[in-house]
Design a protein around this ligand. Structure first.
Ligand SMILES: [Zn+2]
Length: 387
């Protein structure tokens, strides 16, 4: 197949853009130039809200007909840390020994470069027009607080009447090789703080006080003792993990009046947020046996559990991976949250990108071979999708 775009060159040039969240760093400008050159209508928009840094985003579309496939991703990267510790400077985009080094090489400028190269090749091979619509939804706010990125971008697109049929989010998904794993869902995430109220007093006269630390540790032990579930067909068991225990007592002779324990729950599809809250509160209630005064303050969460439905799109992607990379991907739901949690409210979404092993690390890198393979698989997906 004719190749008009080189994913390694595009990835290298993207890595050279210093786009640490919320900086655009020239990365979206580069994508705009590439896509508008291929006939895409490109729009750039900056989203802002009080208390957060404004962030630039990009939406590009080619074609007006169905079906409509959208590639989603982010050009922002996490900070490089101490740049002196990198073997190759984090924003140099150096290629050495078959590896492309740099912040974002796998998470996820490399993935975007492969999608761009595949799209440009596909479009060039089909007279400048896909047999349907092909889009790019690229944000600069994924690694940060993620409020001026994909959520607002999706809303913006929906308000203009944009309808997506399917989405590929190019986040790193591979464990050891491209295509050995794709993400078909993600666990939900919920944060809470358990507070026990006692009665403050002198440490030498405990009979006159009520130490909330005693009850808090008992309640924490109860919550850690029993699993939340046994896992489900596509998910590991849910997990409650305490992240901080706080009394904030600066002195040695005082029994504190209140004690707090913060926790995070990563939950699977045995639960929704409401049922999970009620399960945790029921367990605390049982352990407290009306003796401890407690409450849980839940933080609002936009990270619900989700799972892609099996069907032709999943089969198409799995088939393209098998054909080009020669392996059958494991359908995984592991890892933290991603922008797929927002996209899934608009259309079916699968996460398929490079190998994630070095993401967010010093010396983040991808093999050049992986860039070539991922581009070929993406191109096969486009052929099948618009074929
Ligand atoms: Zn990422």
């Amino acid at each position: 197949m004719r190749q008009v775009a080189d994913p390694v060159t595009i990835a290298r040039d993207l890595v050279r853009c210093r786009s640490v969240t919320p900086a655009e760093g020239g990365a979206l400008g580069m994508i705009e130039t590439l896509l508008s050159g291929a006939g895409f209508t490109v729009e750039r928009m900056t989203f802002a809200q009080p208390g957060t840094a404004p962030v630039e985003n990009l939406y590009a579309r080619l074609g007006r007909r169905a079906p409509h496939l959208v590639f989603a991703g982010h050009t922002d990267v996490v900070p490089p840390g101490d740049e002196a510790r990198w073997t190759h400077p984090p924003f140099a985009g150096e290629v050495a020994d078959g590896l492309l080094f740099g912040r974002g090489a796998v998470d996820m400028k490399g993935g975007i470069a492969c999608a761009l190269a595949a799209a440009l090749d596909h479009v060039a091979a089909h007279g400048g027009k896909p047999a349907g619509s092909l889009s790019f939804l690229i944000t600069g706010d994924e690694e940060g607080v993620a409020v001026n990125g994909t959520t607002k971008l999706l809303q913006w697109a929906a308000e203009r009447g944009e309808r997506f049929d399917h989405c590929i989010l190019g986040e790193p998904s591979g464990a050891a090789q491209v295509g050995d794993q794709i993400k078909v869902g993600r666990r939900g995430s919920l944060n809470g703080t358990l507070t026990v109220t006692g009665r403050q007093g002198h440490v030498a006269y405990p009979q006159l006080a009520e130490n909330p630390i005693r009850a808090l540790t008992a309640l924490m032990t109860a919550l850690m003792a029993e699993p939340l579930d046994q896992g489900s067909a596509h998910f590991e068991p849910s997990n409650l993990e305490f992240t901080s225990v706080d009394v904030g007592n600066p002195v040695v002779n005082l029994i504190p009046g209140e004690a707090h324990a913060r926790f995070n729950i990563r939950f699977n599809d045995c639960h929704n947020q409401a049922s999970l809250k009620s399960l945790v509160e029921t367990r605390v209630q049982a352990a407290a046996r009306a003796q401890a005064r407690w409450r849980i303050d839940w933080e609002p969460s936009n990270a619900d559990v989700f799972l892609a439905q099996p069907g032709t799109f999943l089969d198409l992607v799995v088939g393209a991976i098998a054909e080009i990379a020669g392996r059958t991907p494991k359908l995984s739901t592991t890892g933290g949250t991603s922008d797929a949690r927002f996209i899934k409210n608009y259309c079916p979404v699968l996460e398929f990108g490079l190998v994630g092993r070095t993401m967010h690390q010093t010396d983040e890198c991808t093999t050049v071979a992986d860039l070539v393979t991922l581009t070929a698989v993406y191109r096969r997906i486009l052929e099948r999708y618009f074929g």
